[in-house]
Design a protein around this ligand. Structure first.
Ligand code: BMA
Length: 376
């Protein structure tokens, strides 16, 4: 072949590849909806403005109330809703009308629409039952569960059916115009610990990565669910980058990288602050190296016995890190003492208002103003 023809062909190929590259979406799911792509761009923008505050089950119940429209312990204390709202899909796999904490899935759908309308951020975890033993997420009596749900495994067909039920719910999150509402989906969380059936000692690295990729591929490519950003979130027991990334499923499967960390009653504020900050250093470095968002995906101090915890323990732990959000766990209405955000009479309520008033913390009104869904 003539030399100039070869050069021309090579140039054409290079151009074609480059065009392909530039068309590649930022989201892990290459077929993500425009709203989902915009959400990711908006979240990246917001991460440069401050740290969003999140609360699990914020609209579902709180101390002394359950399910009234518009109620929120965070709003009752601070005058504003959180920017990020966590919800859990545990038991959707059985098409149960309520989740594992008795929140009706129909209520959740309404909350998701309300949050979307006010420009807030939704993140969904999944405390899925154990398909092999019939127990719950915490049933670690067998280390064969992950293998059993993978292709070829004895529970694979059942697991697909569970994912079908999950997909039906995720696909039903739509606004009045039928637009699929984008959410951060955070499956297989705290996998570096060994308290869930998908945890560190309950499967090997290949099995965990296969579980993640199967879940992603099945939801996105077989069920055509395209309103998801995928969050990879480890437990808090992280010593170094290598450990954090040991079971990372790959850049093509993840949008956000985080970890969960709770203050233990006997541990003290300084150990919480130092450890969260230390692990955030590892996580934010890993995330920025991969072009991903970072977050403290779950945190808290059960009952918040320290009146100044928000500004003297949580804030110093997160303030120097470029993270998207920090989410505290739920305020159980039927489990005394099991709450992680203050209520109006709580000892830390005043300090929470100081935390909310920091210019770098973002609550609902701040995130509404940033208009994160219309940035791309
Ligand atoms: C745990 C506790 C449980 C709850 C679960 C899922 O940390 O709050 O009571 O069932 O999360 O929300």
């Amino acid at each position: 072949m003539h030399k100039t023809v070869i050069v021309a062909i090579v140039l054409m190929l290079v151009t074609a590849c480059n065009t392909g590259e530039s068309r590649k979406k930022d989201t892990a799911d290459q077929s993500a909806t425009q709203e989902t792509v915009s959400m990711l761009a908006g979240l990246k923008h917001a991460a440069g403005e401050g740290i969003m505050f999140g609360h699990q089950d914020d609209l579902s119940y709180g101390i002394g109330w359950v399910y009234p429209d518009g109620e929120s312990d965070v709003r009752r204390v601070s005058g504003d809703y959180p920017a990020v709202y966590g919800m859990d899909l545990g038991d959707i796999e059985h098409r149960s009308p309520v989740n594992l904490d008795s929140v009706p899935f129909d209520h959740m759908k309404t909350f998701v629409r309300q949050i979307w309308e006010r420009g807030g951020v939704i993140t969904l975890s999944w405390h899925v039952d154990n398909p092999l033993t019939g127990g719950n997420s915490w049933d670690i009596s067998s280390d064969k569960v992950v293998a059993s749900v993978l292709p070829g495994g004895e529970k694979h067909d059942e697991f697909r059916a569970w994912l079908d039920n999950l997909a039906e719910f995720l696909g039903s999150l739509r606004d009045d115009q039928g637009v699929a509402i984008p959410v951060i989906f955070r499956p297989w969380h705290e996998h570096t610990g060994s308290w869930f059936w998908w945890g560190q000692k309950l499967c090997n690295t290949d099995e965990f990565i296969a579980l993640w990729r199967f879940t992603f591929d099945y939801l996105c490519n077989e069920k055509n669910i395209h309103n998801l950003l995928f969050a990879y979130s480890s437990g808090g027991d992280i010593e170094n980058t290598e450990q954090y990334l040991e079971r990372y499923p790959g850049n093509d499967y993840v949008d956000l990288m985080g970890f969960d960390y709770y203050q233990m009653p006997d541990a003290g504020n300084s150990s919480f602050t130092e450890n969260v900050s230390r692990v955030l250093e590892i996580v934010t470095e890993a995330a920025s190296g991969q072009g991903k968002l970072a977050a403290l995906t779950e945190a808290g101090y059960e009952g918040i016995p320290d009146s100044a915890w928000w500004t003297t323990a949580l804030w110093p732990a997160i303030k120097d890190h470029r993270i998207s959000y920090a989410l505290v766990w739920r305020n159980a209405h039927n489990r005394p003492g099991h709450f992680y955000a203050p209520h109006p009479d709580h000892v830390s309520a005043a300090d929470f208002i100081s935390f909310r008033n920091l210019p770098e913390t973002l609550f609902q009104k701040d995130i509404t103003a940033l208009d994160i869904y219309n940035r791309e």
